[in-house]
Design a binder for this molecule. Structure first.
Ligand SMILES: Nc1ncnc2c1ncn2[C@@H]1O[C@H](COP(=O)(O)OP(=O)(O)OP(=O)(O)O)[C@@H](O)[C@H]1O
Ligand SMILES: [Mg+2]
Length: 48
């Protein structure tokens, strides 16, 4: 059976779901040159 999700790798392409709000915040930070640090417990999607 093919799993609908991937684990242990970066989520990208069609595997990357939701997070529209976070994408918008990060893109705005990048556009305006705002240094940004992501802090969270492990596996909360920072790298993806
Ligand atoms: N946007 C997403 N959509 C679907 N799955 C995701 C998404 N982001 C992350 N995942 C899933 O969650 C897992 C953990 O994501 P990721 O490695 O980005 O977390 P992390 O916060 O960087 O973890 P670590 O603290 O261990 O570095 C990924 O392996 C992937 O399976
Ligand atoms: Mg990471």
């Amino acid at each position: 059976m093919e799993l609908p999700f991937i684990f242990g790798k970066l989520a990208h392409g069609k595997m990357f779901t939701n997070q529209e709000k976070e994408i918008e915040i990060l893109l705005n930070n990048f556009r305006y040159g705002i240094n940004t640090i992501l802090i969270s417990p492990k596996r909360w999607r920072k790298s993806s």
